[in-house]
Design a protein around this ligand. Structure first.
Ligand code: ADP
Ligand code: ZN
Length: 758
């Protein structure tokens, strides 16, 4: 038997190897193997099996890793599609469908020593007092992990070994699973009675599940032609529900339905919302009762060992539900009944390195291929997704009201131009917001203040000579961090000391100024304005360790914090009943980004942050401070009017032929020498024109300097292609760029459907 293998080293092709007879039963499509490649031994995945090969003198497979193939044929197909569509090498696509901890062999199951009491035969041996005490404990428990015994009996392993010598106990090595949530105390929950809108949504989803079951053909054969003759019902839904409308309850009951049908479910959650709270809601529902099953969790905060164990629980079919970030879309759940993509509009679903896939789009594709129902959920759906509903490609389910009868918070937009006139200078807090904070402190209610920028001030300038502190490697200003007493680049991370005077030799002015604000300055100013308030800041500067996040949120929940200041980390998904005030310090910040999605992003962010207010008994209030208070993104967010926002925004997209009216491929060229980068971009532009000349409706824009011209010492130029035929264009790009001869010091990346144009 011949195995066709994709190697982990990037070569963009498959190689044939002989499968030794003793492994023929073990090697299947998807098996991980070690094979010789020149003088090296490399890892790879079997992508096909054959009887014969065109090549003579094949070398044999050296080793088969694991007893079960790791990549299921379905996931393998998904990886192939991903490589084609996102223009990346198949081996890179394949690599990303398995967590590192599973791909490498190092993190295996953890073995732990267990102590077991043996039946006493014959005369009981003589024991010292210490040994007797330890034995008493073992006899009572009969069996326990060695580590636990050592801690309980306050003894050492060698004392325990003595008992082994005397024939009283046996020590054995047992596989023990790591459980990343072992310390959480989980209280089982029961399904809630649904309100009318929720019940209607659930009904639509479960009906589709039944239909897809009867439709039944699992298109495993990869015979796209034949299967496309059978009309497919749309299995994709958009669950559009305001924050707090009870989307999660609908997800939970839909999952229960999948389990009843003997199928599993994948729940994708943005990395940042994947908090213990979120995971617990899923674990709590399925930790008891007749639908009891393990819920596996996949995300980057787990240790390699934990990730290994969680993944194998899924592969072995013991965990039927997976909750995870982006890459959980590849989880080997089989059979798969349901995929949920919560907060589907989130940009973190897009991977920013090769393969640059969008997990939501892959989820929709995977759902179609495996006959699973896909539910995209959001309070602020992406324009692309909502447009698909308008075009009837997806079915729209709406939850227009909060499930718990709580009112939507009252949103007040504060005109900061006016505040600036009153205060003679731009204040951080408008008088209105200051007053509102004072009230909350008096009433012992909590406040969240949001500003999506960390640090103290965003630039350091000399008012005399005009000097601005800039990063030597990137085209951005350095941010001043007060506590760390440093100037920091937020792109490359380089640090510089804070100068006491203007560094310009001819100037040396001691009166240098800090301009612009970040969360650290908000925190500092709050402490000055409200010295008695307990203020805590939450951003990537204050969260140094894995536990910090949990600890701060725990303190906030317990009422030990009055005001929480933070970046986007606090914008999402948090649910604190005592928060009655949310302040958005600078709402139009995101509007000024050179990106056609700036308006959409601002609308989403304001809506999400506002949703943190008033989740308890008292009605919530939101202050949005803005310099462009009449911008549609701000005004529609104030009125909680998604449809209104969609309708005006979609007109703008249509007029400029931006997505969803076209798809974009973004090519970025980078290099140290700006001229060389520009020259290569011009050359590529000519080749692209030729390669796409007969592709109607395809437009090439650029080359142009990227909005962030220089990052980490590299100059960046961009070419942007707009098209209506992305599958075709991807194929042509791959064919063109594979052999494209760029100078050695110019690198090139392709991003299909980019979400970040910087
Ligand atoms: P979303 O996911 O849409 O933001 P959640 O699922 O978090 O909303 O629901 C918000 C709150 O409403 C939660 O406390 C939840 O327990 C509650 N809730 C959801 N559905 C119901 C229901 N049918 N009856 C009563 N409370 C509900
Ligand atoms: Zn830099």
């Amino acid at each position: 038997m011949i195995a066709r293998v994709t190697l982990e080293i990037a070569l963009r092709r498959e190689f044939d190897y002989l499968v030794p007879a003793e492994w023929e039963r073990q090697v299947e499509v998807g098996s991980r193997v070690q094979v010789p490649f020149g003088p090296r031994k490399v890892l790879g995945v079997v992508t096909a099996l054959a009887e014969e090969s065109d090549y003579p003198n094949l070398k044999p497979v050296l080793k088969v890793i694991g007893t079960q193939s790791l990549v299921t044929p379905k996931v393998l197909q998904l990886a192939r599609w991903m490589a084609d569509y996102y223009c990346c090498a198949p081996e890179i696509a394949l690599k990303s469908v398995l967590p590192e901890a599973v791909r490498r062999e190092q993190a295996g199951w953890r073995e732990r020593l267990h102590v077991r009491a043996l039946p006493v035969t014959g005369e009981f041996p003589k024991l010292s007092r210490r040994q007797q005490e330890v034995w008493n404990l073992i006899e009572e428990r009969r069996e326990l992990p060695l580590q636990e015994l050592v801690e309980l009996a306050e003894t050492t392993a060698s004392t325990v070994r003595r008992l082994e010598d005397k024939g009283l106990i046996a020590l054995s090595s047992e596989r023990s699973e790591r459980d990343p949530y072992v310390h959480e105390h989980i209280v089982p929950t029961q399904p809630l009675p649904l309100n009318a809108a929720q019940a209607q949504a659930l009904e639509a989803i479960t009906t589709a599940m039944h239909r897809s079951r009867r439709g039944g053909s699992n298109r495993e054969d990869g015979n796209a032609k034949a299967s496309s003759l059978v009309p497919r019902p749309s299995s994709t839904f958009l669950l559009h529900g305001v924050t707090g409308s009870g989307k999660t309850e609908v997800y939970l009951q839909a999952i229960a339905h999948a389990l009843e049908q003997g199928k599993g479910a994948i729940v994708l959650v943005p990395e940042i919302s994947l908090t213990p709270q979120t995971v617990e809601r899923f674990k709590a529902r399925f930790c008891s009762g007749n639908l009891q099953t393990l819920v596996a969790v996949l995300h980057s905060h787990l240790s390699a060992g934990e990730r290994h164990d969680e993944w194998h629980k899924i592969r072995q079919g013991r965990a039927r539900i997976v909750v995870g970030a982006r890459s959980a879309v590849f989880a080997p759940v089989e059979p798969l009944g349901l995929i949920i993509v919560d907060e589907e509009h989130e940009h973190s679903y897009k991977q920013e390195e090769a393969p640059r896939y969008h997990a939501r789009d892959l989820a929709v594709l995977r759902g179609q291929r495996e006959n699973a129902v896909v539910v995209l959920g959001s309070a602020t759906p992406s324009l692309e997704t909502f447009h698909n509903c308008v075009r009837k490609k997806y079915a729209l389910l709406e939850l227009p009201e909060r499930a718990d009868d709580k009112k939507m918070p009252l949103v007040r937009v504060v005109d900061m131009r006016q505040a600036a006139r009153q205060e003679k200078g731009i204040p951080i807090f408008s008088p209105q917001l200051k007053e509102a904070i004072t009230q909350r402190l008096e009433r012992q209610e909590q406040t969240i203040l949001f500003l999506n920028r960390r640090g103290y001030s965003t630039s350091l300038q000399c008012p005399l000579c005009g000097y601005v502190a800039e990063c030597p490697n990137c085209s951005v200003t350095l941010t001043y961090h007060r506590k760390a007493a440093k100037l920091l680049c937020h792109i490359c991370g380089c640090e510089q000391p804070v100068p006491a005077r203007c560094p310009n030799e001819k100037c040396r002015n001691p009166g240098i100024r800090y301009a612009g604000l970040g969360t650290e300055r908000v925190e500092h100013t709050l402490q000055q304005l409200f010295p008695r308030a307990r203020v805590v800041r939450m951003d990537s500067d204050t969260l140094k360790r894995k536990e910090d996040y949990r600890r701060i949120l725990g303190d906030f929940r317990a009422g030990k914090i009055d005001i929480l200041v933070g970046t986007q980390m606090i914008a999402k998904g948090l649910h604190f009943p005592n928060v009655t005030l949310v302040g958005i310090i600078y709402a139009d910040m995101a509007l000024h980004q050179p990106d056609f999605r700036a308006g959409e992003r601002t609308f989403q962010l304001l809506t999400q942050v506002a949703g943190r207010a008033g989740r308890g008994e008292v009605e919530g209030e939101v202050f949005v401070q803005a310099f462009t208070p009449f911008h549609p993104a701000i005004q529609y967010a104030r009125r909680h009017d998604y449809t209104g926002f969609y309708e005006q925004e979609i007109e703008f997209r249509k007029a400029l032929a931006y997505p969803p009216f076209s798809r974009i491929a973004l090519i970025t060229l980078k290099g140290r020498n700006e001229d060389k980068v520009r020259f290569t971009a011009d050359h590529l532009h000519r080749e692209l024109e030729q390669a796409t000349a007969d592709l109607p409706g395809t437009q090439i824009k650029g080359p142009a300097p990227a909005p962030l011209l220089r990052a980490e010492t590299l100059y960046r130029y961009q070419l942007t292609l707009h098209t209506r035929q992305m599958t075709e264009l991807s194929g042509r790009l791959a064919a063109l760029l594979g052999p494209f001869a760029a100078p050695a010091d110019v690198t090139l990346t392709v991003d299909i459907d980019p979400v970040n144009l910087l």
